[in-house]
Write a protein of this length. Structure first.
Length: 300
């Protein structure tokens, strides 16, 4: 198995656990922004120790980073913050598995962003897979209740949050890949580690300032929730390192396609842990998306 595929699978698995923990935190202990901040503040300090220790033990000099790197990293980091906020807010609108599935429109959107930013496209077969995935998203978006009919049934808060989170995650994935390609190390994991370290440090600083100014009570709340929040940070760190490693080696759209294994994991989590019911229509939508995933994985 190629390293980027293994890294993507590990990342998707850890990300599912992290979103489960964030859902628990956002359901009572923390606000949406506080649950988002937890992933950065409990991962950045530990990762600084790990990366600095590796550089010291191996007598490595810090890499020279270009302005392009900082631009890619900053845009990717901010996009990920806003995307995570959307996902945490989405959990309050629909159940866990469907919330994650809406987020997975990032695969479709990452193709477009990748073409525009890095000039990396997909094949005709890849396009077919994307269209199949789109059918799945529309099935999941179609809510035949409340007396709404036709296109009005797609005009829901959950749909808007899901599509927006997917778009922002697509931007972050492509720009993270662009950042890793600017790091001057041969070792893919080392390039990913340097990029990830600087990105989560920027994200932690931005979120700290935001919470201090807008939700000061959440800084203490995040600390009080540390028994759960620290696991949010650790799973976030492991998952992010997996994504960044995969991004150094492969097109972001294909990486995210492999990461669609998260759909199956989130469905299991929704039923087994949160005792939520999945409708037949939602299962149909998930089935279309799974077919899309398989085609894209085989194409990669």
């Amino acid at each position: 198995m190629e390293l980027w595929i293994l890294a993507s699978l590990i990342a998707a698995s850890l990300q599912t656990v992290r979103f489960m923990l964030q859902k628990i935190l956002s359901s009572g202990q923390l606000s949406t922004a506080g649950a988002t901040f937890a992933r950065f503040c409990y991962s950045a300090p530990l990762f600084w120790i790990a990366v600095a220790g590796y550089f010291w033990i191996n007598d490595l000099a810090p890499p020279q980073l270009s302005m392009a790197f900082w631009g890619y990293a900053a845009i990717g980091g901010l996009s990920q913050i806003f995307a995570t906020v959307c996902v945490v807010a989405l959990f309050r609108a629909r159940n866990f598995a469907v919330g994650i599935t809406f987020k997975k429109t990032e695969v479709i959107q990452a193709v477009c962003v990748g073409i525009l930013v890095l000039g990396e496209g997909v094949s005709l077969l890849g396009l077919v897979a994307i269209l199949i995935g789109l059918i799945g998203v529309l099935l999941l978006s179609d809510q035949p209740f409340g007396g709404a009919t036709g296109l009005s049934r797609f005009a829901s808060r959950a749909t808007g949050l899901g599509i927006l989170s997917g778009f922002l995650f697509a931007i972050s994935a492509v720009f993270y890949r662009g950042a890793t390609l600017e790091v001057g190390f041969e070792n893919a994991i080392l390039r990913a580690s340097v990029t990830l370290l600087l990105v989560i440090t920027m994200q932690m600083a931005v979120m700290t300032i935001w919470l201090y100014l807008r939700e000061p009570g959440q800084l203490r709340a995040v600390w009080n929730a540390r028994k759960t929040a620290i696991w949010v940070g650790l799973t976030s760190l492991g998952g992010s390192l997996g994504w960044f490693t995969a991004f150094t080696l492969q097109n972001a759209a294909y990486v995210k396609a492999v990461g669609q294994i998260e759909l199956i994991l989130s469905l299991a989590a929704s039923v087994l842990f949160f005792r939520e019911k999945i409708t037949g229509r939602e299962l149909g939508g998930l089935a279309f998306l799974v077919v899309s995933i398989v085609i894209l994985v085989l194409r990669a």
